[in-house]
Design a binder for this molecule. Structure first.
Ligand SMILES: Cc1cc2nc3c(=O)[nH]c(=O)nc-3n(C[C@H](O)[C@H](O)[C@H](O)COP(=O)(O)OP(=O)(O)OC[C@H]3O[C@@H](n4cnc5c(N)ncnc54)[C@H](O)[C@@H]3O)c2cc1C
Length: 468
């Protein structure tokens, strides 16, 4: 550990003793159990210092270390957490309509800068504004715009990125095409991404978006409407929506306080690039539900992503296990079955019921036009996701923790069946996830590239390479 003090300025090293408040923030993870109380968090102020830090940690120590974007699906570490949040540059090239952004910043910062510098253009960035740019790139990345433009790391969106490799060398990934391929959704573990070049797209400033809240009594009708919507072949690619049964704890997942005290309600988040008139028609099935409260309006992409700007309040407040899958459609029976399962979670105890969320995400992804250029080969004919976070209290008993994990493992096939097109997503991987299902034929090539870019097996990534 002492060696780190000679490489980094003192404020860039945070310990529990040196700054308890900063330590708490930097060791907060969405899944609270991933905080193994590392000995130190280092936040290199620039690429040169990051390169020296990585080279030192990788080749001159036995310390356990990991990279942190914003902690929404970080990998745990015992010794040193390398937080990349100081990598926050932003440059705009109006001739090429590209931006170059530091990988450690949140998507909120990027959208705010675009609003100032290029308000009629946008970037394909995360829906949740508090997640980091680098973290979404290595996990493919899903945006409100993905139904139209694809994933964040697809070549039409992410052009190139700069990487610090294990030996401290710094390269543009395009100079090593296999590295760029692996970074596009390959789960991390190939080096630290420092900055990324993104293509901008022209965008309307009158996007239709916002929340609709309906009473639980509308669930039967909603089930049929969502199923019809999910199988429609005429939905415009600029249209996307979420629906979830709100649990009180997760009220910060949407913008409206109007549902406070209403208990369980149905929440819709609507999005239509084509503006209000088109959006009201596309979503008439939700807007006209009996008892629906309508909080939708028009605004810019920055306004849209702010719908979820309170999500960060929930970080580290529960133990969490992913059970998220990409699905081709939501049939009536699948929605009925999953909604009933969710409502019945109380049979496993309050701790699980109150800390679990489930979101039907409609038209949130599409096949890539260039799948050969991606390590995550894309959704393969699927446009929707069922996002499930199976949680329990921070201080839950061992048997509750185990039960939550068992439910997370069994939920995908129990709720949605065994259609081979249904796969886990690359941004919600657990140790039990079947990686060959996610990466298909690319899995074996990714294993080789993990070893090439991590010969001593010191980095952490979704794809594990263990000593053999
Ligand atoms: C509430 C919630 C909302 C979410 N919203 C979205 C969303 O809108 N869109 C979406 O696509 N996903 C979303 N996710 C899924 C997923 O957690 C994130 O996409 C992703 O993990 C980014 O989160 P992060 O910035 O916190 O990165 P972390 O979770 O900290 O890191 C994720 C992985 O990337 C690695 N990593 C991070 N930065 C770098 C870097 N610069 N170089 C190399 N490796 C790096 C880490 O080591 C780790 O393995 C969400 C998850 C949650 C829990």
């Amino acid at each position: 550990m002492e060696g780190l003090y000679s490489l980094l300025p003192a404020p860039a090293i945070v310990t529990q003793e040196s700054d308890p408040a900063a330590y708490k923030v930097l060791t907060s993870f969405w899944a609270a159990q991933l905080n193994l109380s590392p000995k130190a968090i280092v936040s290199p102020p620039d690429v040169k210092t990051l390169a020296k830090t990585i080279q030192y940690l990788y080749s001159h120590t036995e310390l356990d270390f990991a990279f942190r974007g914003r902690g929404y699906s970080s990998l745990p570490t015992k010794d040193v957490l390398v937080s990349l949040h100081n990598l926050d540059e932003f440059t705009y090239d109006p001739d090429k309509q590209t931006i170059t952004v530091g990988a450690g910043q949140s998507w909120m910062t990027v959208y705010e800068a675009l609003e100032r510098l290029a308000p009629n253009y946008t970037v394909v960035g995360a829906r949740t504004p508090s997640v980091s740019v680098g973290g979404t790139v290595v996990t493919a990345g899903f945006s409100w715009l993905s139904g139209k433009f694809g994933c964040i790391s697809d070549p039409q969106n992410m052009i190139d990125c700069e990487v610090v490799k294990y030996d401290g060398s710094v390269v543009w990934a395009s100079t090593e095409p296999a590295l760029l391929w692996a970074i596009r959704g390959g789960g991390g573990g190939y080096g630290a991404i420092t900055k990324i070049i993104f293509q901008l797209h022209p965008i309307s400033r009158s996007i239709y978006y916002g929340t609709v809240i309906a009473p639980m009594s509308a669930l039967t009708e909603v089930t049929h409407r969502i199923s019809e919507f999910s199988t429609s072949t005429t939905v415009d690619p600029g249209v996307s929506a979420f629906m979830f049964i709100q649990r009180e704890k997760f009220r910060a997942m949407h913008e409206s306080n109007e549902s406070k005290g209403d208990g369980d309600v149905l929440v819709f988040q609507l999005f239509d690039l084509n503006g209000e008139t088109h959006g009201r028609q596309a979503f008439s099935w939700a807007l006209e539900l009996p008892g629906a409260k309508d909080f939708t309006r028009e605004g810019s992409m920055l306004d849209v992503i702010k719908i979820q700007d309170r999500v960060s309040d929930l970080i580290g407040t529960s133990r969490q296990n992913w059970a998220t899958i990409i699905v081709p459609e939501f049939s009536v029976s699948q929605i009925q079955h999953s909604a009933q399962w969710f409502k019945d979670l109380g049979t496993h105890g309050n701790s699980i019921a109150q800390n679990t969320y489930m979101i039907y995400e409609l038209f949130c992804t599409k096949d890539s036009p260039t799948p050969a250029q991606l390590s995550w080969p894309g959704p393969r004919g699927c446009k929707h996701m069922l996002v499930i976070g199976l949680g329990c209290d921070l201080n839950a008993a061992d048997e509750v923790i185990q039960r939550a994990q068992e439910l997370a493992q069994s939920a995908p096939s129990y709720l949605m069946g065994d259609d081979p097109r249904i796969t886990p997503t690359p941004n919600a991987i657990e140790e039990w996830s079947d990686l060959s299902k996610i990466y298909g034929d690319n899995y074996k090539d990714l294993l080789k590239l993990r070893l090439k870019y991590d010969p001593k097996r010191r980095f952490k990534g979704s794809i594990k390479i263990t000593q053999s």
